[in-house]
Design a protein around this ligand. Structure first.
Ligand code: NAP
Length: 257
């Protein structure tokens, strides 16, 4: 991609779709100035592939600890990122970290609902709040008109399972009550944030990545992570104010709410 170099942050960047986003951002979403690859255990075994990648691109990738379920870590991460981006601000924040709890209606416990909400809704809300100053800095400093992911944007990875209209087609195969309800909450958060922050020219949208072969999607899923991420990055590149508060899939098709 041509244009001014952007600062990007991805949560849950140590495996699955998040790690693939880091890889492809380096290859195709250029120019990326700083890429904050966030994960909850940067020194742990599950971040080994990310550490290897970061060693190859030390000027671009910074691995920063962020646990979406821990407000303290979100605040610390926002401080660290703020110090590194300075007056450039943060152009693109991708809320990718997510938790899948597959429980059916009659088995779902209050704890499962709470854990799903903590990671999938409260986490993204806290992240938006804490990173807002850096997103505003990016929007104000940009000379580009309108809205875009190169100016200031929050893209959250949701799921077609959050779509109320699609329940009748998918529910008998996969009920996943805590997941569906929490991702629907993430969708509402996105639409509200889009409404509140349109004056600041910060774009908000949710994407469905497809059914993808990751730890979460399983081996039976339809597509692999490179295909999903290739599609999502293409969609992110195309977003303008027309898609503010939008729900799109990795092919760019609108998903019904
Ligand atoms: P995944 O392979 O299970 O990876 C999940 C990622 O989220 C991991 O990096 C994990 O980190 C991180 N994470 C979980 N809880 C976290 C927390 N509290 N704080 C920080 N990071 C946390 O899943 P994926 O398939 O890559 O999914 C990525 C996103 O796409 C999720 O939001 C998911 O809901 C969405 N999605 C996936 C599919 C699919 O078919 N795969 C379909 C629709 C939507 P750890 O390694 O520390 O656990």
């Amino acid at each position: 991609m041509a244009g001014q170099a952007v600062n990007v942050l991805i949560t849950g960047a140590n495996r699955g779709l998040g790690l693939e986003m880091v890889k492809q951002m380096l290859e195709t979403y250029r120019p990326v100035k700083k890429l904050f690859a966030c994960c909850r255990d940067p020194d742990g075994p599950r971040a080994e592939a990310l550490r290897t990648l970061a060693k190859k691109h030390p000027d671009v990738i910074s691995i920063v600890r962020l646990d979406a379920a821990d407000l303290c870590s979100i605040k610390q991460c926002a401080q660290q990122v703020g110090a590194l981006v300075g007056t450039g601000g943060l152009n693109l924040l991708i809320n990718n970290a997510g938790l899948l709890c597959k429980s059916a209606l009659q088995e779902t416990s209050p704890e499962e609902m709470q854990n799903s909400f903590t990671t999938n809704v409260v986490g993204p809300l806290n992240i938006i709040q804490e990173f807002l100053p850096h997103l505003r800095t990016a929007a104000k400093g940009s000379k580009m008109p309108g809205m875009s992911c190169r100016k200031a944007a929050v893209v959250s990875i949701s799921s077609v399972l959050a779509s109320m209209q699609c329940v009748k087609d998918s529910y008998s195969i996969f009920s996943a009550i805590p997941y569906r309800i929490s991702k629907a909450g993430l969708n509402m958060l996105t639409v509200c944030a889009a409404e509140e922050l349109k004056k600041d020219e910060i774009l908000f949208s949710v994407l469905h990545p497809g059914w993808v072969r990751t730890d979460m999607g399983g081996e039976e899923a339809e597509i692999d992570a490179p295909e999903s991420v290739q599609g999502m990055l293409r969609v992110m590149t195309s977003l303008t104010e027309k898609q503010n508060a939008g729900f799109l899939d990795y092919k760019g098709h609108t998903v019904p709410w």
